[in-house]
Design a protein around this ligand. Structure first.
Ligand code: DSN
Length: 422
């Protein structure tokens, strides 16, 4: 039987593009640390008829009728989130991470209030107060930076800056920081200066749930996570908070910022949260970190300079400009030709601009979801080094891409069945 038969009949062009993307995801080593393979169960919920229903409002307080099923689904997702993260309140409706952060700020801040988040070129996020983003334009953003020597958070310096600028809110949680975050320290800093503590765990939520990174939500005032990164759910987000902020946060999402929740996504979030409670998920989270550490060691053995000297989590940020004489962008493009998918990234105190930075960011969630372990990390590290040293040698890159494909053929991808393509 034809795979995706309705799509084949209605729009074969889109159907073929989807199959091409499945093949790309199956044949490549995907190292972008914010990407993953959602399970077949998550995909089924995402692709369900729940996309048909409008449900403005919250369970049992909706504007439209016919919510018998959608109320039950959203209740399930909320209850599972509250239990898993140990929080008083969860809102599972944000369309993604940026609107989730926007809604929190809208709920607890006034325009012009001072906020502090890690500077984007040091591993923060656009929505943590970067100047070109709404968060840097609407609020008085005073970013903090990493220590120039250790390339790690310097909690003393953050406290000093917080005493000076007296922020209303401090954001912790990053997109390119390879180390454990000391949430207790952020709680102390916030308490000392009277700031709200907002945690954005989007990258590391799977590690938190799996018990390999501390959980900030019980001690943070507010927090968000996307649901599709290491947590391995659908494209979406959740807000977690103390009960005192619940009403304002719910109002900030709807009617403040969004209309109807995406019920198909809510159902898939519920599924992902159920999966995240299993012993298999804990093993997956532990292996993500083991894999990142093994890959980091291999890369160091090749003379690559890793920001902060290594990793404690799922992510490695490495410098290519100084150590290998190739910009991060050119390195990422050469790696892509060799079947290894990464993204170029600024390194702390990068002399180069963000569009052509000095580093590359990689992570292990997706390859861990495929079942790859330490032995495969050694191969991947060797290939990365070989690509950097031979980045202009097309024959070499093509040869590595063939080896990558051969390795990938031995590791199935959740949610993808190559048998469908024949
Ligand atoms: N785009 C995400 C990442 O790759 O880290 C952050 O939103």
């Amino acid at each position: 039987m034809t795979y995706l038969p309705a799509l084949q009949k209605t729009d074969p062009e889109v159907r073929d593009l989807i199959v091409s993307e499945e093949k790309r995801e199956a044949d490549k080593i995907r190292l972008i640390p914010s990407e993953n393979y959602a399970s077949q169960a998550v995909m089924e919920a995402t692709g369900s008829i729940l996309t048909n229903k409008y449900s403005e409002g919250y369970p049992h307080k909706r504007y439209y009728e016919g919510q018998q099923v959608t109320d039950a689904i959203e209740d399930l997702a909320i209850d599972r989130a509250k239990e898993l993260f140990g929080v008083e309140h969860a809102n599972v409706q944000p369309y993604s991470g940026s609107p989730a952060n926007m809604a929190v700020y809208h709920a607890v801040l006034e325009h012009g209030d001072t906020i502090m988040g890690l500077a984007l070129p040091h591993g923060g996020h656009l929505t943590h107060g970067w100047k070109v983003n709404f968060s840097g334009k609407t609020y008085n953003s005073v970013p903090y930076e990493l220590d120039p020597e250790t390339e790690m958070l310097d909690y003393g310096k953050i406290l000093e800056k917080a005493r000076e600028v007296k922020p209303k809110l401090i954001v912790a949680g990053y997109t390119a920081y390879p180390r454990i975050i000391d949430w207790e320290k952020f709680r102390e800093i916030c308490d000392e200066v009277g700031a709200l503590f907002h945690a954005d765990t989007s990258h590391i939520t799977g590690l938190i749930v799996g018990g390999v990174h501390p959980n900030p939500f019980p001690i943070a005032d507010t927090g968000i996570t996307t649901t599709h990164k290491s947590l391995r759910g659908p494209r979406g987000a959740m807000i977690m908070s103390k009960a005192e902020h619940a009403q304002k946060i719910d109002k900030a999402i709807m009617p403040g910022l969004q209309g109807g929740p995406h019920n198909h996504t809510t159902a898939a979030i519920a599924v992902a949260l159920k999966e995240a409670k299993t012993p298999e998920f804990k093993t997956y989270a532990e292996q993500i970190v083991k894999n990142a550490k093994a890959l980091a060691e291999n890369m160091k053995s090749h003379g690559l300079r890793l920001v902060s000297g290594g990793t404690d989590n799922h992510l490695i940020l490495f410098e290519t400009q100084q150590s290998k004489g190739i910009s991060g962008r050119d390195a990422a493009k050469a790696l892509d030709k060799a079947g290894i998918v990464t993204n170029c990234n600024t390194v702390p105190f990068d002399p180069n601009p963000p569009f052509n930075p000095s580093g590359v960011r990689i992570g292990t969630p997706a390859i861990t979801s495929r079942g790859m372990k330490e032995d495969e990390m050694k191969k991947i590290g060797d290939w990365i080094n070989s690509v950097l040293e031979n980045h202009e040698d097309e024959t070499k890159l093509t040869g590595i891409a063939e080896d990558v494909k051969a390795l990938c053929d031995d590791f199935s991808c959740p949610g993808i069945n190559p048998g469908n393509w024949s």
